[in-house]
Write a protein that binds this ligand. Structure first.
Ligand SMILES: *Cc1c(COP(=O)(O)O)cnc(C)c1O
Length: 968
């Protein structure tokens, strides 16, 4: 079309974003519609979305903006943030993200678009990076085992609390928290303890440990105000009483301080933020959790372990309780699913880049600057409260306090507000000698501050001798090899080359919505205006964030039909938790605090029952019928039976089976009639945006996964944002925060807005799509899913469909009948897809022995066809086995995936090399070579190794050993 004649003002300089986000062109959409029997997309959607819930009015959102315009508008908002130098500390410290890591990891889609490494053969790169993280944590803490990240320091402390309760033999119900812990940690602990009936006692830990009965104690090391305390006595007392001790420790300090593993800690937690991850107004950052080997089965979160592949070659994979919630349901140790993989990887790489000596140099410098500052400030009459400290001191400022804060503001400096008479000052990697002099002039008020050079030569350590670190750490070659930029750049490239992420292929994961994470959405994440803000910075410096957050909350209200939104939860699981707490608070406020039954359909995502348990609720399972729908009769009966006790129904919509259940309004009505609330799990919002609203068809609260439907990349298993939307009556029970002026309920995360620095991704997405674009995205997501279902139906049984025979945004391929006939399993199919260059769909969820496929709207018809062609070709391979044309145990499927080494070895297989690795002509040109063959899970769990193994272990184990282990 020609632009001639269009008024100049309307001439678009750039293509609309929606056409870039949505894969199939209009012409291709018409073709696909024809294939499934429709003339128009509206007609198709009318056969999928039940008319009694469909919304026809366009979403009340501003018009779509181009990439250029949206970025300009967001930049203008970002400019309203004022970046002060932060000396607030309290668990958040400024850091230099090494540029080689910024560019090649944080800003690199090969890393940030990867999925959680459930398919180990295509995830060896990120698994190695996570193993580095675990090794770094066990080394620095001197604990035996560490997981692959948790959501933030405060929630890690809360997880540690329930961990201690499970393991302690004290018989007590009390958890002791030292007053020396960060305030946000205490806040989150209190929230978590209340529904579980745990009594939290905050006080002088040394005294409490000696004189009371308790199951666990939490200590902060160094203390929140700076002191380095000797906890050995306290921990010994705890152990005498059958209690466990948790130490929340600072990673950088541990390079100089005696590690908690050497003074008896049972658990060590903390944040890895200051290892290269920007402040980001509170997140996302990786927390860590380390403990003793003996407690490994009770550890929350995921754990990477070393195993072997089929040829006996070392290979990594997620160990043990990988999908714990799906198996143990309400008995799971934790509800954490998405964690903080990308951020953990950054922290691990920061340690690999600096190495042990580099980290010590950074820590020494920070410590020395702190000591110099303290000595100087003492020279003009102030008392420093700490005798011993690492990077933080508290100054007794008396009546001068307001004047000093005012002077600091004049210099664009933030100090920690402790109380009316004292001020906290924390230092970090970015602090300079010049900063110390500026701080002196701030504190000097009237007197003349000393010069840095006058104080510096006379200052020594302020770390007690008994608590100096003597043990070595990070001696593994990984932490000593990549100190030049060239080596680090190539290491990052080498690892990402081992993996399949969205930058190479579609990742058709049912229930996980792996859609485009557009570059324009990602660019603002690393703007310093967003990255450089401390979560507790004063309100007048964070206007840009606040306006962006308010606008985003408003947009999400419009999209979901709810009245209020909280962006605090750091993942879907945390949204579920915040949502159930809101329901709990609401019932209690009406004198119905006894309501504690949570009805959950048997098909629910595993996080649902695990969360209900955390919220102190009793799970009552509701049956599903043969079509995968909630059994309405069973729901009625269970609701009747528990009528006075019902707190909530937790239901996923569209259903976990990918169907718009017709009965949804009835289901909601039944529960409401019995006085319960309806929690609609909105992780599958990608089928609903612009078409129907959970807040309008019966939901009281929902969480959304911004890292699914709203374009935040999956990061290999995190970060995530799991906001909740609620109707007005639940709004007073949304999470609050001690750093926010108006208190609502307790906090569920360390930072007031959780992972604030990735919210621009969703803001950009909604802004660039506009109402029409969002609606179209949902429509095409369903068109793509139904097109795949239609193409695969002649070859595979497709499970579950709605009233008119259509699926919603995902479809389930049933492998069970084929397995019966051929012996080929869902695993074989998933691994064979790797040979074809694809990431497997979701395996065996929600139904064992099936694959759930969700293509999303971002995949082009060409990519959908490529995938269908592969699936159909694989079906023929299965048929060959079925017909007895191949060996049941030695065929391209059971041997998949095939590595380059397999090819180079002597070839004695009953099929050709060509069929093994180039099954389709189209895969020749951009062949993905898996670095390892099929990984042996059982071997790894029997020989659990969860830190970087010594290089000698990489010698090939004897094949007999591998066989024996497998047989055992
Ligand atoms: C992904 C998902 C969740 C959990 O979200 P996380 O961010 O991984 O905690 C919950 N429910 C459903 C239906 C999901 O698909």
């Amino acid at each position: 079309m020609s632009d001639v004649g269009t008024p100049l003002a309307q001439l678009q300089n750039h293509a609309e974003f929606v056409g870039r986000h949505i894969g199939p062109t209009t012409g291709e959409q018409a073709q696909m519609l024809a294939q499934i029997g429709f003339d128009s997309i509206d007609e198709f959607i009318a056969s999928v979305v039940p008319p009694h819930i469909a919304e026809h009015a366009p979403l009340a959102l501003p018009d779509a903006r181009t990439e250029v315009d949206a970025l300009k508008a967001l930049k203008a908002l970002a400019a309203k943030n004022r970046r002060f130098r932060s000396h607030i500390g309290t668990g958040y410290y400024d850091t230099h993200t090494p540029n080689v890591i910024l560019r090649n990891l944080l800003e690199n889609p090969a890393w940030y678009t990867a999925y959680t490494p459930y398919q180990p053969e295509i995830s060896q790169g990120r698994l190695e990076a996570l193993l580095n993280f675990q090794t770094m944590i066990t080394d620095l803490t001197r604990m035996e085992i560490a997981n692959a990240s948790l959501l933030d320091e405060a929630t890690a402390c809360a997880e540690a609390m329930t961990f201690c309760q499970r393991l302690s033999k004290s018989g007590s119900n009390t958890f002791v928290v030292s007053t020396d812990c960060h305030p946000q940690t205490i806040d989150v602990i209190r929230t978590r303890a209340e529904p579980l009936g745990i009594e939290v006692v905050v006080g002088d830990a040394a005294q409490l440990c000696r004189n009371s009965k308790y199951f666990g104690v939490l200590l902060q090391y160094p203390a929140t105000q700076g002191d380095i305390l000797d906890y050995a006595g306290c921990i010994a007392n705890a152990h005498e009483r059958g209690a466990l001790a948790v130490v929340s420790a600072d990673l950088l300090a541990l390079t100089l301080l005696k590690p908690p593993g050497e003074f008896g800690a049972d658990v060590v937690v903390g944040t890895a933020q200051r290892f290269g991850v920007p402040l980001g107004f509170g997140g996302p950052h990786a927390a860590f959790f380390a403990t003793k080997e003996a407690f490994k089965r009770d550890m929350p979160g995921r754990l990477v372990g070393v195993s072997v592949d089929r040829s006996g070659k070392p290979a990594l994979r997620l160990a043990m309780q990988t999908r714990e919630q799906h198996i143990r349901r309400e008995k799971a140790t934790s509800n954490i699913c998405t964690a903080q993989v990308l951020l953990a990887i950054i922290a691990g790489m920061y340690a690999a880049y600096h190495g042990p000596a580099g980290l010590v140099r950074i820590a020494e410098r920070v410590h020395r600057l702190t000591a110099v500052f303290a000595a100087g400030v003492g020279k003009f009459g102030f008392t420093v409260q700490q005798q011993t400290f690492f990077d933080t001191v508290t100054i007794v400022t008396g009546a001068h306090t307001p004047a000093i804060h005012a002077a600091a503001r004049q210099h664009a400096i933030n100090l920690r507000v402790i109380d009316d008479a004292s001020i906290g000052v924390a230092f970090d990697e970015t602090t300079t000698a010049q900063d110390v002099e500026t701080l002196w002039s701030v504190f000097a008020m009237t007197g003349t501050p000393p010069g840095f050079d006058a104080v510096e030569p006379y200052v020594f350590r302020a770390i007690p001798k008994a608590l100096l670190r003597s043990s070595p750490f990070l001696e593994h070659p990984t932490f000593n090899r990549y100190h030049s930029e060239t080596e680090m750049m190539r290491y990052l490239r080498r690892l990402s080359d081992k993996d399949l992420a969205l930058d190479r292929t579609m990742i058709p994961l049912g229930s996980c919505t792996m859609k485009l994470n557009a570059a324009a959405e990602m660019i603002p994440v690393t703007w310093p205006e967003f990255g450089g803000l401390h979560p507790f910075a004063p309100e007048d410096q964070t206007e840009g964030y606040r306006v962006m957050i308010e606008q985003l909350e408003q947009m999400l209200c419009v999209i979901t039909g709810y009245d209020a939104v909280s962006l605090q939860p750091n993942a879907g699981s945390q949204g579920e938790y915040a949502g159930l707490l809101a329901i709990r608070g609401y019932h209690a406020s009406r004198g119905e605090g006894h309501r504690n039954v949570c009805l959950i359909p048997s098909s629910a995502h595993g996080t649902n029952p695990a969360t209900a348990q955390m919220a102190g609720m009793e799970v009552v399972v509701v049956a599903c019928d043969r079509n995968g729908n909630v059994d309405v009769a069973d729901l009625r009966q269970k609701a009747e039976a528990h009528s006075a006790q019902i707190a909530a129904l937790m239901i996923t919509y569209p259903s976990t089976h990918g169907v718009f259940e017709e009965a949804i309004r009835d289901l909601c009505d039944v529960v409401h009639r019995h006085g319960g609330q309806v929690y609609i799990d909105g992780a599958n919002m990608n089928a609903m945006v612009g078409l129907c609203k959970p807040g309008q068809f019966g939901g009281d609260v929902s969480h959304l996964n911004l890292h699914k439907t709203f374009c935040i990349p999956h990061g290999g298993g995190g970060p995530g944002v799991g906001p909740i939307g609620v109707k007005t009556h639940l709004a007073p029970f949304l999470p609050g925060h001690s750093a926010l002026p108006s208190r609502r309920a307790g906090a569920v995360a360390a930072a007031p807005w959780g992972s604030a620095s990735i919210l621009p991704i969703t803001w950009m997405y909604i802004t660039m799509m506009g109402a029409a674009g969002l609606r179209q995205a949902s429509q095409v997501a369903m068109l793509n899913a139904n097109y795949i279902a239609n193409r695969l139906a002649p070859h595979y049984p497709i499970l579950y469909a709605g009233k008119h025979g259509f699926v919603a945004h995902e479809c389930i391929v049933d492998m069970r009948p084929l397995k019966e006939k051929s012996g080929i399993t869902v695993d074989d199919l998933a691994k064979r897809l790797i040979d074809y260059g694809f990431h497997a769909p979701t395996m065996s969820f929600p139904v064992a022995g099936t694959l759930m496929i969700e293509p999303t709207e971002s995949e082009s018809k060409q990519e959908l066809d490529r995938f269908c062609d592969a699936m159909i070709a694989i079906r023929e391979e299965i048929r060959a086995v079925e017909l007895g044309q191949g060996d049941v145990r030695n065929n391209p499927l059971t041997n998949a995936p095939h590595t380059a080494q397999d090819l180079a070895a002597e070839w004695v297989r009953p099929y050709s090399r060509e069929q093994a690795v180039f099954p389709l002509a189209s895969s020749v040109e951009s062949k993905y070579w898996p670095p390892v063959g099929r990984v042996d899970n059982v071997y790894g769990d029997r020989n659990l190794v969860c830190s970087c193994p010594p290089l000698s272990d990489y010698a090939e184990p004897h094949p007999d050993e591998v066989e024996t282990a497998r047989a055992a």
